[in-house]
Design a protein around this ligand. Sequence first.
Ligand code: SF4
Length: 611
Amino acid sequence: MRSTLSPHAPSKNPLFIHYKCKSITMNVELSRVLYIDLSKKSISIEDRSDLFDAYIGGTGVAIKLLAEECPEGVDPLSGANPIILAVGTISALYPAASKTVAMFKSPLTSNLGESHCGGRSAIAIRLAGYGAIVIRGKSDIPVYLAIHGDDVRFKDASSIWGVDSETVGRILREVEPGAGMRTIIRIGRAGERLVRYACAVSETYRHFGRLGLGAVMGAKRLKALVISADKSVEIPGDTRKAYKSVYDEIQDLVVKTDAMEKYHDLGTSGKIYSLAKLGGMTYKNLESGSPPDELARELSGENFAEKLLARRVSCAHCPVGCIHLASLRELYEPGYYFKTTTIPYDNEPIYATGFMLGMNKPEDCLRLIDVIDRIGMDVISTGVILAWATEAYARGLITDEHTDGVELRWGDVHGYCEAIKRIVSMPTDFYRALARGVEYASGVYGGQDYALAFGGNEMPEYHTGIACYVNNLVGARHSHLDSAGYDLDQKLIGKKVSIEDIVSSLLSEEEWRQVLSSLVVCFFARKVYSPEVTVKALNALGLERKWTEEDLKALGREIHRAKMNFKFREGFDIAKLRIPKRILEVPTPNGMLKEEDLRHALAIYEEKIRS
Ligand code: SF4
């Protein structure tokens, strides 16, 4: 069904348009989509139960909305590129179903942009009354959106344009209502300046990190969204008992088993030391997969926790508390004057700022993470781009003239901070190229053999074997989270498995993850939300449709194909994927990689998804 609920007529002042929609009772089924047009400063709300009933929310609904809304071949940095935010059928209803999916055309890869973020985003969107929010058009002046339940306002953001992401959060926390059940999604300077891997930050410590949502927001002159909740979900009376029983079962799996324990203890950085010892950690632009032991200990999760961990926080409606916050105490004036900064750290940021850039101390990683966060860039992309630039500088491919006098040297935190600022201010053509990603920059300046991007997206840390690279090359988001190839590689060490079987495993993992990201479950809870538990969770809500494991698996496959079709429509070509020579020159824990094996795997993958 596709019907429009009419908002009240807009006021004449385009900066303070205020819509008051009819109040609604929230039932357990998601249906409402809020459409916002930044060009016209108008909104509409439509009943899209047609999409939510069939695709259960999140990724499934978002890819359908993206296909409807995004014109073929559109410039990702034009107003015509839509932003879709979507939550899932179990968001706000079960533990660890705490993520929001953002979908858009990526300005980095020019095809599918998809990013997931926790914080309070999912709870706020759902309990504001929406299953999805679609943002169209481009504002004539900087604006932020204030969505308080059914109140939607366009507000002048001129005074906060140019302000870093953390300060924007502080200001909006003061001026907007709804504390506690509110999300504030905003961009920093990088998004405003259209750095193609700019991120959007939510609740200070969470991010829509990858593929450039921040740049798409910047192109729309949308500085932030404040969304606050004013509703609750009614579980039908006859299913409340079943719901409570499944809820308790999931809660117990989360807090009383070891399924998610490691995420609370050391967090994802707990695996850093073992990965480095295994020889699967990308070090100094993959000069090696085995950083020195002393360095691996210094940058390990254990050392971060012992020296710097201040506290852990959680996304809303998740008891795990996997977000690790370090406290960095620094002298800022001679004498006993200190400032203490709270900085989130995690496996990927430590890889990107630490191992990739040859940093020797956790404190220096934190300094870089803080600068990158405030400026609003994806930390993985930033680290990989700077690592390529450092190697290109050492080889004489780029000079001080290109770098505006900044010396790029392994482990030089000051130089990297200066370079990061220049990626945003763009004083030279070289920095303008860096702002477009390493695929582009290496295409202009050379050094493609060691430009570590796959499908246009900068690589995550893993150099574990063939599975991680097949994942990076053809995963729909070119993210290690598409199918966790790095995990499969580690399970395959010492075993002989055919390339066909590896591709099949990756594909079935990626298909199942479409179900989780449609519901939208945090991938850290994937062991909790097995197919059996997921079916129970859905069916205990009293939905009209009763789901089976087979239904969900078929749905995952359908959603995955829809995402790939969007990529193909936008020009993604598996046969033309660039494989950087560097990954073939450094041994993995599974031995040396061969290009013909990777190409063979890609051909099998393409055949499977097109059949
Ligand atoms: S496990 Fe961590 S990232 Fe996932 S929902 Fe919980 S707190 Fe958020």
